[in-house]
Design a protein around this ligand. Structure first.
Ligand code: URA
Length: 449
């Protein structure tokens, strides 16, 4: 492969062949291609983009750079991917609801870096929980319980690990072909039949606008469908924290509570969007109304909560029955942030809340930092709530709570009038090349009951 010719071709905006793309990825993964040439190539892709065939070949080349997992013995399998968010504990809510409904969730998840959390870190806040399962244990738990979540195996898509690290230092992260191939190579390597994508847009996410989030979602759907998988996407605004809890043990408790039917209306709505999208896209439910009824039933009869507990117990969680919270390192004696004025909360900066939680010990600044699983922020109010002066806005938990953490968190809140509360832009779904609005359906069904 002539790398200079490939860079030149991409620089001029011409498409690369399958053979050229496979050769570039193989050579870089094996350490033969120098970083400076790969950097030039990534920058050329950033400026020129890639066509659908090139993106597909790039995804396949990356996926085949390491080991893959065969889930075909497990029945109808489903997976989800979120492009990251503050307080995003949706896997711990949606996966048990899917499993309680008869789908199998055999999932590999990541750790958090910076202000966004990772499911694996959240799971480790349950005493004894093993998130480094062998492939044999992973498959046997999936067969027995229909739900298992483990960390990504070391040899899953090694090309992505190297390329992502290089993108991070060459200002080439925010490229739709590179993001889509990075995410889909990992998802297709573990190869569930159905994949539900939660693509965020706005502050605190890779895509600033809903329009770009839609292009990214469509690109990923196309890759998955070409590979023979059913893929659907929810486009979600990521302006405010999702739910009330930001921090590992706090988020597991919030997921458990939502599965018991209690907690933030916004988090419940978002959980239902993803759950019904999976139940419908998998063909398990004939329409979204049926899917919503199934999801609501598994919340009302406690079977979603039971599945979450079963998953943790089977992975070593040290508790009995459904008493998950007894195995959680939950914090005590937080510092309260008090409102200094009356008014509606019209904005709550998710990035700031995530950064405060990270500084309290809930997240890592670098990959080698250790996490304090009990640290974090527990909001008492979120956007749209009316607050009276003197009310508690949030509690901060951590071993050392610096004064500037409180000040920083206070700065995340904006107060105003009812008219200034932003409109809800959630609920857009891409499914079978159709665009659906689930918000109205959920609203109607929740208010009818
Ligand atoms: N998540 C990924 O896995 N890869 C990207 O490029 C962006 C988000």
């Amino acid at each position: 492969m002539d790398m200079i010719a490939c860079i030149e071709k991409k620089k001029q905006g011409f498409p690369l062949s399958k053979e050229e793309i496979f050769a570039i990825i193989k050579s870089y993964t094996e350490g033969d291609l120098p970083e400076y040439q790969m950097s030039a190539f990534l920058m050329a892709v950033w400026f020129r983009g890639m066509n659908h065939d090139e993106i597909y070949h790039l995804t396949m080349a990356m996926m085949h750079s390491g080991e893959t997992m065969d889930l075909s013995s497990l029945g109808l399998t489903i997976d989800k991917h979120s492009t990251g968010g503050i307080g995003d504990k949706l896997t711990l809510i949606v996966a048990p609801l899917w499993a309680a409904s008869g789908l199998t969730v055999a999932k590999m998840s990541g750790r958090g870096l910076g202000f966004t959390g990772g499911t694996i870190d959240k799971m480790e806040s349950v005493t004894g929980c093993d998130v480094a399962l062998t492939p044999e244990t992973f498959l046997s738990l999936a067969k027995e319980n229909h739900i298992v979540v483990t960390g990504q195996s070391k040899n899953l898509v090694p090309a992505d690990k190297k390329i992502y690290a290089l993108r991070d230092v060459t200002a080439t992260v925010d490229s739709i072909p590179l993001i889509a191939s990075s995410i889909m190579s990992k998802k297709l390597a573990t190869s569930a039949d159905v994949l539900i994508l939660d693509v965020k847009f706005g502050r605190g996410s890779f895509m600033e606008t809903k329009k770009d989030a839609k292009i990214l979602a469509q690109t990923m759907i196309e890759i998955g469908e070409k590979y023979g998988r059913k893929v659907a996407a929810l486009l979600s605004p990521m302006e405010f924290p999702l739910g009330f809890a930001v921090g590992n043990a706090l988020e597991v408790k919030e997921a458990y509570d939502i599965l018991g039917g209690n907690g933030s209306a916004d988090l419940m709505k978002h959980s239902l969007f993803l759950t019904i999208l999976g139940l419908y896209a998998s063909g398990l439910c004939a329409n979204v109304d049926d899917a919503l009824n199934v999801a609501k039933r598994h919340i009302a009869d406690g079977s979603g909560q039971k599945k979450l507990c079963e998953m943790f117990r089977c992975q070593g969680g040290q508790f009995t029955g459904n008493d998950l919270c007894s195995a959680l390192d939950l914090p005590h004696n937080g510092v309260e942030l008090i409102a200094e004025q009356d008014g509606y909360i019209t904005d709550l900066n998710a990035l700031t809340v995530g950064t405060v939680a990270m500084n309290l010990g809930a997240g890592r600044k670098t990959l080698n930092d250790t996490i304090d699983h009990s640290a974090g922020v527990l909001l008492k109010k979120n956007v749209g709530d009316y607050v009276c002066r003197g009310e508690v806005l949030a509690s901060l938990y951590g071993k050392h709570i610096a004064d500037d953490c409180q000040e920083q968190l206070e700065g995340a809140f904006t107060f105003g009038t009812k008219d200034e509360i932003p409109a809800d832009d959630s609920g857009t779904v891409l499914l079978d090349s159709k665009e659906l609005e689930l918000k109205g359906i959920i609203h109607k069904l929740l208010t009818d009951s």
